[in-house]
Design a protein around this ligand. Structure first.
Ligand code: ASP
Length: 323
């Protein structure tokens, strides 16, 4: 019999708001909403005391990543399902993916949540949980990396993002493909998962700033972030990852001070290095900036948190080059 660990962190999938039944369902109560014959594994439940995901903390994200990895590598679970708020599910899923290491090859790790409360008309949580538990027990997901399973869709953690916070089909991987679906309780993959990330040894650094650039932006914002303690900065640029020239001198300075500056784009871009962009674009690379390899800004911040566990600017640059 397959064994799946269910880590329940609360949030909308567990909310009940009806008079007399209001509150947050435990993982065991959530599991009761799934018909036993819909399960394909023995499910062990652990409730994780956590903030609402819109207010999550790096320590909660790291706890979930470590617990999921240990469940598979040390306790022999075939898979792990983490119920999580949808607001920051994409960040937690990517952090779990970057830290999973061998666990992503030996088992499946699935994050899920809900757009409607548990006691809502046509609540989506029970089906999301049922599909996620089946996916976590399915050998087809081994090696695919961490996935988000919502509305029977399987999205790679590296690509998943919430595009519609009011829709049960909230997530998208565009411009990348949806990885697959859970159909009749089975995983059907329809795309090649992203490559596995480089391994890391040290602990992630949580003090990483994410700054959206804009026309006329003053570089003082960058130095202020570093003065406030940031050990790395991600800039959300435009187009193929361009940033205002007014930031160039500060990018040089921060890089020289050992503070890596990663440039992502608000637009979807390919996984190209800044250095490989045609003339006139990606100029920040000449100032020492590191390209985000096509990662969305919020994902680039998670990646930089992890990369800073490998060492200084050049170690971070090398790590991103191998993403
Ligand atoms: N809508 C979110 C949820 O699924 C709220 C949150 O992520 O905290 O719970």
């Amino acid at each position: 019999m397959k064994r799946v660990l269910l880590l329940a962190t609360g949030d909308v999938i567990a909310y009940s708001s009806r008079p007399g039944r209001s509150g947050i369902a435990t993982g065991a109560r959530l599991l009761e909403t799934v018909p036993p014959d819909a399960l394909a594994a023995e499910v062990v439940v652990e409730d994780v005391l956590a903030e609402p995901s819109w207010d999550t903390s790096p320590s909660t994200m790291l706890l979930l990543a470590r617990r999921a990895r240990a469940a598979i590598l040390d306790q022999g679970f075939d898979g792990v399902v983490i119920t999580h708020g949808t607001d920051t599910m994409e960040e937690t899923a990517f952090l779990v993916d970057l830290l999973a290491g061998r666990a992503a090859r030996q088992g499946a790790i699935v994050l899920t949540g809900a757009m409607r409360p548990l006691d809502d008309l046509s609540a989506d949580g029970p089906r999301n949980l049922a599909s996620s538990l089946r996916a976590a027990a399915d050998p087809a997901l081994r090696g695919a990396g961490v996935v988000v399973c919502v509305n029977d869709e399987l999205h790679a953690a590296r690509w998943a993002t919430v595009v519609d916070a009011a829709n049960v089909s909230a997530f998208s991987s565009a411009p990348h493909p949806v990885l697959g679906r859970v159909i009749d309780g089975r995983v059907e993959l329809s795309a090649t998962p992203p490559g596995r990330p480089p391994t890391v040894a040290g602990d992630p650094e949580s003090d990483v700033a994410l700054i959206k650039t804009y026309p006329g932006m003053d570089s003082a914002l960058l130095t202020a972030a570093v003065d406030a303690g940031a050990r790395g900065v991600v800039l959300e640029g435009t187009g193929m990852a361009n940033v205002p020239v007014s930031l160039f001198t500060t990018i040089i300075e921060l890089t020289e001070w050992g503070i890596p500056v990663v440039v992502a784009s608000r637009s979807r871009t390919g996984p190209v290095s800044l250095e490989d962009l045609p003339f006139g674009m990606g100029l920040a690379a000449k100032m020492g900036a590191i390209g985000a390899r096509g990662l969305a800004p919020a994902k680039a911040r998670v990646a930089l948190m992890v990369a800073l566990g490998t060492g200084g600017v050049e170690a971070v640059r090398d790590w991103f080059a191998r993403l």
